[in-house]
Design a protein around this ligand. Sequence first.
Ligand SMILES: Nc1ncnc2c1ncn2[C@@H]1O[C@H](COP(=O)(O)OP(=O)(O)OP(=O)(O)O)[C@@H](O)[C@H]1O
Ligand SMILES: [Mg+2]
Length: 394
Amino acid sequence: MPQTLFKDESKLDINYIPAKLPHREPQRRLLSEFFGFILRCPERMSQRVILTGDVGTGKTALAQHFGAEITGEANKKGLKFRYVHVNCREFRGALQPILHRAITTFRPNFPARGYGAEEVLAMLMQVLDEEEATMILTLDEFDSLIEKEGSDAVYKLTRLQEMRQGKPQRLSFIFIMRDLKPTEVLDDSARSTLQRSVIRLERYGKIQLVDILSDRVKLAFELGAVPEDVVDLVAELAFSETGNARFGIELLWRAGKYADANDAGMIHPECVRQAMSSIVPSMRRSEIESLGLHERLFLLAVARYFKENEEVYASLSELEKAYAVICEEYEEQPNSHTQLWSYSQYLSKLGVLKTEVASAETRGRTTRVSLPSIPAEELERQLCGSLGYERRRR
Ligand SMILES: Nc1ncnc2c1ncn2[C@@H]1O[C@H](COP(=O)(O)OP(=O)(O)OP(=O)(O)O)[C@@H](O)[C@H]1O
Ligand SMILES: [Mg+2]
């Protein structure tokens, strides 16, 4: 068996719902508040909540986490309750098969065809009455349903209980969508009933992503396989990628795969860069050709440094030393520290490097540089090609 850093890869699977969701506690509590009646006085009321937030902000995870939790509590109280989570996009937004999925939780053999959406909805209500049960139906990626079915369907869903005046209330909804724009096409009454309770999930910040990723690292990797610095780097990249936790988790998984393939023994920063470049295209040749000679020499120094040192960050003075060596190699007079500083600023504007000011305890403020996404080896190869050509030309 080849060596692997993974202890349990499934913990990085996109469908895995972690036991805890760091930094989503306030939103989880809000959901509990909104749906608390299901445990206290089911049948007396129903609820509709919108969960909204950008890609990878934990909407699906939060809803499913909450669904499992409230189901557990309802069971403890002996209440007949079901949480049903349907991804509308899976059914291309068509209401009938979505409702069919909901009804099969009680009637597994309910025919998939032969009834229209409205009929299935009526039968779902009837089944809930027969079973004396309540249900939260979560319609994930709800925008695809709006797009496909329009106002009419949304109106039917949101006004369902009003049509059943005096009868027990049994069906509540969680609607999930990245933003509320899709609801603008709805007519006023459908929109206003829909938008009464909105829970917003803000993008994760870097520190929050570090917490989320650290939890996964513990579950998925062997002890010591992923250094803290590397978690930091992955969080930084996920943060730049709109605060998308899914991106970070996938990046971790890929970096682990690269580390295993190289028998690296742990995830080095270079594995993360390799993983990153397999997701996003790396620096294009034309970008390199557009750089000045000393910008390229400096960048080559950066590439060499990170190839030879398993570190995420380098100080500018460390890079200056590496640059001096490169200049000697290419028989060039090295430029000043200030020049290098402005090169690093320019290269970070291009997105090749990342620079930040760190306050070192003893030496005041220093600039530290990282190479977040381009594998150092690949960058070195490209630069050597470009610089070699130049040399031959002279
Ligand atoms: N607070 C968190 N703690 C732990 N894991 C999280 C957290 N937030 C998100 N995740 C994980 O990040 C990934 C993406 O989350 P999720 O699928 O819920 O995002 P989403 O908001 O539904 O995105 P999309 O809009 O693309 O559907 C999942 O693997 C999820 O488990
Ligand atoms: Mg989702």
